[in-house]
Design a protein. Structure first.
Length: 194
C-alpha cells in the first residue's frame, strides 16, 4: 500500500501543500496517483502559491519551480496533458511552466558547446539507453559533438542493448533532462533550450 493513499482523499489544497514540501519524486508519485481532474486542481493550486522557502533553505521557491520539476519527473503523457490543460484554462501559467521545462528532445536546440558540456556531465551508458527512441535529428546532434571513437563506441553499445522497456528509456531521458536543467541553473549551459 502506498504511504500517501490517505492523502489522496484530502482536499486539493492540502495535497498541494504536501506536494510543495515533498521531494520532487514523491510529489510526482502523488500527482501521478490522482485522477486527471484532481491532478489539474492540485497543479493549479500549487502554481498560484506565493513564493515560499522550504525548511532549512534560504532561497525562495515558487509554484512554477515545483510543478516544472514534478512534470519533468512524470511520464511525458501526463506532463503534456497537464500543460495542455493549463494552456486551455490558464494560458499565462502554461507559458511560465513551458518556459522553465526541459524535455529530452529540447537537446536539439542546444549550441554545440552546450551539448559538449552536457556530454561531459553524463555517462555514455545513459546515452546508449536514451537515444534508443530519440529522433534521428537528436541522435545526429549528439553524435556530431563526440569524438569519432566515442561515437563508434556509443553506437556499438546501442546495438548490443537490444530491446528495452519504454518506461526505462523515458526515465533515463528524464535523468538527462534533469542534468541539463541543473547545468542551466548553474550557468554552465547558456543556450535557451526552450
Amino acid at each position: 500500500m502506498q504511504p500517501y493513499r490517505q492523502l489522496l482523499k484530502e482536499d486539493s489544497r492540502t495535497i498541494a501543500w504536501v506536494v510543495v514540501y515533498a521531494p520532487t519524486g514523491i510529489g510526482a508519485e502523488i500527482l501521478g496517483a490522482l485522477t486527471a481532474a484532481r491532478r489539474f486542481e492540485v497543479v493549479r493550486t500549487v502554481l498560484e502559491f506565493d513564493p515560499f522557502a522550504r525548511e532549512d533553505e534560504d532561497e525562495l521557491f515558487d509554484g512554477v519551480d515545483v510543478i516544472t520539476g514534478i512534470l519533468e519527473s512524470l511520464t511525458p503523457e501526463i506532463g503534456r496533458a497537464v500543460v495542455h490543460h493549463l494552456a486551455l484554462t490558464a494560458p499565462a501559467l502554461a507559458h511560465k511552466v513551458r518556459s522553465r521545462m526541459v524535455v529530452f528532445e529540447d537537446l536539439c536546440k542546444l549550441a554545440d558547446q552546450d551539448v559538449q558540456a552536457l556530454l561531459k556531465n553524463t555517462d555514455r551508458s545513459q546515452w546508449a539507453v536514451a537515444l534508443l527512441t530519440a529522433s534521428e535529428e537528436l541522435k545526429n546532434r549528439i553524435f556530431t559533438n563526440m569524438s569519432s571513437r566515442s561515437e563508434k563506441m556509443l553506437k556499438e553499445e546501442m546495438v548490443y542493448m537490444g530491446k528495452m522497456d519504454v518506461a526505462e528509456i523515458e526515465k533515463v531521458q528524464r535523468d538527462i533532462a534533469y542534468i541539463l536543467r541543473r547545468l542551466k541553473t548553474a550557468g554552465e549551459i547558456t543556450t535557451d533550450s526552450t
